[in-house]
Write a protein that binds this ligand. Structure first.
Ligand code: XIL
Length: 357
């Protein structure tokens, strides 16, 4: 059966009619109800959530209808969990875990160790080797242990390679435990805390910076050879409309060549070009659709055993991190599948058609 837009909408209408109602998140549009992307995708199709977003009218409905995996954008990071006095806070993570359980969704924990997260409680141990080791091990053991059976996977070490791409990052963690040492320790502690979790390392700009991609993949290969329990590779894929055609495809091919499960972990496509790009909105919308399609098609071409999941980094444009000016974002950016009111955008329909085959 060949899928085309008409088939897709026809089947969605038939489905909606058979249960006598159209799901609130189906957003009846001139094209008919928006088909549930999680039902169309041939692999786990995820989004990123912060638990407060579940209280925004319509966001929870969209998240449960279209996605079968949830990546925790903030509340399973040290910056949320570790309090000034060292106590650990889990209300946000627990709320997301409960949402996933209620909606038959996979919870992906992001992230146990990140150069950008250096809580004061750890910084005060800087240089005290034994105390630092005990605190590091204890943190990973408590957090990964708490979500054992609830989080299917973890980003264990996030963004280990420098922005420029030729070196591994220095951080509070590498300074106290060693460049390789902190990486090995984090994965071994996570494995010990939750033997069933799938353990990832995750980085960005692998599609636009071949040097960084090579450095990252060399690190993974070296660690796997050392017997470090790395189960998968996360490629964030925060792209912009001026990313050249084919870059995502080549990157996916190189990453998959290691034979491990691959997670497209944080896909969004900024309408603000990194470089020089035609200013017309129509050209940028066309480029955005093309990049979503290329990412999904190159991901779908991977062997099924390597398709851990494809995660879009957020539900509505309104909550996108790319709108955050404190992260160098632009308040006008529209990188996601749903607009500020939660309506499906043209790129949503293209993604539905691409997922549906
Ligand atoms: C961002 C989240 O989207 C924000 O909500 C949070 O406040 C800061 O972090 N790469 C990553 C993610 O691995 O953790 C970042 O997420 C985006 C860049």
């Amino acid at each position: 059966m060949t899928f085309n837009r008409r088939t897709l909408i026809g089947s969605a209408l038939a489905l909606a009619a058979c249960d006598g109602r159209i799901d609130a998140a189906a957003q009846p549009t001139s094209r008919g109800p928006a088909p549930a992307l999680r039902d169309l995708a041939p692999f786990p199709f995820g989004t990123q959530l912060i638990s407060d977003e579940l209280s925004i009218p319509g966001v929870a409905d969209l998240a449960r209808r279209h996605f079968d995996q949830v990546n925790t954008g903030f509340e399973l990071k040290m910056e949320y969990i570790v309090q000034a006095d060292g106590r650990l806070r889990f209300d946000g993570g627990d709320r997301l875990a409960a949402f996933c359980r209620a909606n038959n969704q996979v919870l992906h924990g992001h992230t146990l160790v990140w150069y950008a997260d250096q809580p004061a409680w750890f910084e005060r141990l800087d240089g005290s080797r034994r105390a630092f080791e005990a605190a590091f091990d204890g943190y990973i053991s408590e957090v990964a242990g708490r979500y054992a059976g609830r989080a299917r996977a973890w980003d264990v070490v996030n963004e280990p390679v420098t922005d420029e791409g030729s070196e591994l990052r220095e951080s509070l963690w590498s300074r106290n435990l060693g460049q390789d040492g902190h990486f090995v320790r984090a994965f071994e502690q996570a494995r010990q805390a939750d033997p069933d979790a799938i353990l990832f390392t995750n980085d960005y700009h692998l599609e636009s910076n071949p040097t960084k991609r090579r450095t990252f993949l060399n690190l993974v290969e070296r660690m796997v050879r050392r017997g470090v329990p790395i189960d998968g590779i996360g490629t964030q894929c925060h792209v912009s409309v001026d990313l050249p055609r084919g870059a995502l495809t080549q990157s996916m091919r190189d990453i998959a060549s290691l034979g491990l499960p691959v997670h497209v972990s944080e896909f969004d496509c900024s309408m603000i070009p990194d470089g020089v790009f035609p200013a017309s909105r129509r050209d940028r919308e066309t480029a955005q659709i093309r990049l979503y399609e290329e990412a999904l098609e190159s991901y779908a071409s991977l062997p099924a055993a390597q398709q851990y999941g494809f995660t879009v980094w957020g539900v509505r444009d309104a909550e996108s991190w790319l709108r955050r000016t404190d992260y160098g974002g632009d308040a006008s950016d529209t990188p996601l599948l749903f607009d500020d009111e939660g309506r499906p955008k043209p790129v949503f329909w293209s993604v539905a058609e691409t997922l549906g085959g």
